[in-house]
Structures are given as structure tokens and as C-alpha cells.
Write a protein that binds this ligand. Structure first.
Ligand code: URA
Length: 231
């Protein structure tokens, strides 16, 4: 691989920025100062930029336990963003797989693999998402059949896809949905005259938020977890 491309892949710099750091004599290969962008880098070469060894950042598949108060956006003037919680190189390459609201907590997937995130969030693939919901008013038993049949949300033409509601306590339930409309869970409860007070995503497909992943913490998905999501 060309040296300038290698620098870009390791750092997120653009080609022209990589050319600049080379011209500024800030790069060595195996201890020798190098300036030529077209040099070929071999696997065994150690490329160092200002004292920092460079390694290519591969595709990342991350699960984050999102705390309340963090926005799923790449930039925001008012709120902290979920990417502030990550200690990752080239964080600007990462994106969230779908979004959780500012006040929603729980399982959030983050990646730099656009095809993967598309597959998981595309309605075509019907990947289920399970939320624990706490409501202002008691949840009536009729909500189970209403959500199973699908309900009309304000301002929409089609009813929601059948969803499974499991009432856990008077004000608490698990809701599994198979699509991802804007503020869907809150709007579904609003449509039956209730209000979501707290919302927490527990599961995406077969992948459960691990009990030992603290709020604000994250880790890479294991191969087995990636496989669960591919099913
Ligand atoms: N549905 C909502 O209303 N909010 C979320 O954050 C996720 C699903």
C-alpha cells in the first residue's frame, strides 16, 4: 500500500493532509525519515508519525450502554454526544445504528461498517428491538391486543407492525417492535392515552445488553454476538 494511503487509513487524515505531514518530515519508516508519498509500505514496516506508531484501524462493531443525556448525533452544540463516551481512534468514522432519544438508555450499536448498520436497521430485515417501558398511568390489558393488531400513530398513513407487549407491573412493560419509526415507542403509548416516563432498550435481535456493561461503558462485539445479529 502507498505510504500516504496507509497514513490516511491509520489516522483519518485526508490524502492532502498526509502529503503535508510527509513534507513536514514528521514520518519515519523503520527509524528512517521519509517524505515520498508513493513509497510502498510492507506489512513488516513500522511507520511512525511524530513518535506514534501507526496501525490500520479495521472495521469496528461496538455495543454501548447509553446513559440518558447523551445524543445520538455526530455533533451537537447543546448536549454531549454518545461518541464522547468512546476512547477510539478516528472516532469521526463511526456512526450509530439507528438512534435512541436523548432520555432513552440502553443498548446502542456503533460501527464504521455502513453495510452492516444498514442491514440491521433496514425495515426489510425486521430485526426486533425490545424496550423496557415505564409509564405514567397503569397499562391496561387491552394494550396487548391493540399493539398486537397494530395501531395508527398520529400523522402516519399505515398502522404499526404487530408488536408484542408483556406487562410486567402496573406501570412497567416489555415491548418488542419490528420496525423503527421516529419516537415509535413513546408514540405508541401516546396513541393509547398513556405516557412513557422512562425507556430502556434491552435487546436488538438476539443480542441482549449484558448485565455487566455499566451505563456509559462500551466494548467490541464478540464473533458470537455478531453472528447472533446476522441471523
Ligand atoms: N422509541 C422511542 O420512542 N424512543 C427511543 O429512543 C427508541 C424507541
Amino acid at each position: 500500500m502507498r505510504l500516504d494511503k496507509f497514513i490516511c487509513d491509520c489516522t483519518g487524515l485526508t490524502r492532502s493532509q498526509a502529503g503535508k505531514v510527509l513534507r513536514q518530515k514528521r514520518v519515519t519508516i523503520n527509524g528512517q525519515l521519509v517524505k515520498q508519498a508513493s513509497l510502498q509500505v510492507a506489512d513488516s514496516d513500522q511507520v511512525v508519525l511524530e513518535g506514534k506508531p501507526l496501525t490500520i484501524v479495521g472495521l469496528r462493531y461496538i455495543m454501548l450502554h447509553k446513559p440518558a443525556g447523551y445524543l445520538c448525533a455526530n455533533d451537537d452544540p447543546e448536549h454531549p454526544i454518545v461518541f464522547n463516551l468512546l476512547d477510539e481512534p478516528i472516532v469521526e468514522r463511526l456512526h450509530t445504528v439507528g438512534r435512541l432519544d436523548l432520555d432513552t438508555t440502553g443498548l446502542l450499536l456503533i460501527t464504521d461498517d455502513g453495510q452492516w448498520s444498514h442491514r440491521i436497521s433496514s425495515p426489510k430485515h425486521h430485526i426486533a428491538k425490545t424496550y423496557r417501558v415505564w409509564t405514567a398511568d397503569p397499562i391496561g390489558d387491552d394494550a396487548v391486543s391493540l399493539f398486537a393488531e397494530g395501531i395508527m400513530l398520529r400523522g402516519e398513513k399505515d398502522p404499526t407492525k404487530p408488536a408484542e407487549l408483556d406487562i410486567v407491573a402496573a406501570h412497567e412493560a416489555l415491548l418488542t417492535i419490528h420496525e423503527g419509526r421516529y419516537h415509535q415507542v413513546k408514540r405508541m403509548f401516546a396513541a393509547i392515552g398513556n405516557k412513557v416516563e422512562q425507556l430502556h432498550r434491552e435487546k436488538i435481535g438476539g443480542l441482549q445488553l449484558p448485565a455487566d456493561l455499566a451505563e456509559g461503558a462500551y466494548r467490541q462485539l464478540t464473533a458470537a454476538e455478531l453472528e447472533l445479529l446476522a441471523k
